[in-house]
Design a protein around this ligand. Structure first.
Ligand code: NAD
Length: 242
């Protein structure tokens, strides 16, 4: 075990779960948060392999819950070194059909949730004079996607936010980077019809969808000592799609 502590939001399944398991494998103490008690399975998996894990029920759109979550992590582990803002939702709709609620839900979860978690996590990182913030954006935030204007806006917002934080806290030993996944096989993309996948695969030079582990490896690299001189970057992990 190492001393460092990593928090992964939305870590109950998909990309977040793969990131949590990867960090545990690398010896981090892992805090995993997700909506109501969803983290039990991933926490058990980590403990079964001899790792240390803390599962937290937290809706990242609630600033009070987020603050309490960070307090709980500090109480349990004494520090917080890595924040992975992974929790997110995707909704598909054409612009005229996007309701105010749908727009706000997407922005509140993906962008405002990332803000709440980063704002709360920055204090212990400033005390430690060391921290890594890794935000999960999307290639959709870089290039747009028809039927996902709200999702694209939230993911592009994450990129601007990441670059601002990188400039604001570089001098305090804190780096901030974004990872922009392409099409990754998770529950989020499971509903896409076969024909759509066929078209997507045609436009991906590596001719396969990504796996959650493809993303976890890059996130682990950005948290590692090898990435000490990287900040303010957006790394597309998309099989060449961009
Ligand atoms: P997923 O739907 O499988 O998992 C997302 C997790 O976030 C779920 O466990 C969910 O409960 C949690 N979550 C949602 N709202 C939350 C909230 N308010 N508070 C706490 N937890 C919440 O999705 P995934 O495919 O694993 O995606 C993870 C991240 O990667 C998301 O930010 C997504 O936008 C991004 N991404 C995914 C893809 C892809 O192809 N799957 C591509 C690009 C970017």
């Amino acid at each position: 075990m190492r001393d460092e502590v990593a928090l992964i939001t939305g870590g109950a399944r998909g990309i977040g779960k793969a990131i949590a398991l990867r960090f545990a494998q690398e010896g981090y103490k892992v805090a995993v948060c997700d909506l109501a008690s969803k983290c039990d399975d991933v926490v058990q998996k980590i403990k079964d392999k001899g790792g240390q894990a803390l599962g937290l029920s937290c809706d990242i759109t609630d600033p009070l819950m987020v603050k309490e979550m960070i307090d709980q992590i500090i109480a349990a582990f004494g520090r917080l070194d890595v924040l992975v803002n992974n929790a997110g939702i995707a909704q598909d709709n054409l612009l005229p059909r996007i309701s105010d609620e749908e727009w706000l839900q997407t922005i509140n979860t993906n962008l405002t949730g990332t803000f709440y978690c980063t704002r709360a996590a920055i204090r212990p990182m400033l005390k430690q004079k060391k921290g890594r913030i890794i935000n999960i954006s999307s290639v959709v935030g870089l290039r747009g996607n028809a039927g996902q204007s709200h999702y694209a806006a939230s993911k592009a917002g994450i990129i601007g936010f990441t670059k601002a934080i990188a400039r604001e806290y570089g001098s305090r030993g804190i780096t901030a980077n974004a990872v922009a996944p392409g099409y990754i096989q998770t529950d989020m993309t499971a509903h896409l019809p076969k024909e759509y996948w066929k078209d997507i695969l045609n436009s991906i030079p590596l001719k396969r969808p990504g796996t959650p582990e493809d993303i976890a490896g890059v996130v682990a690299f950005l948290a590692s000592a090898d990435a000490a001189y990287i900040t303010g970057q957006v790394i597309a992990v998309d099989g060449g799609l961009m």
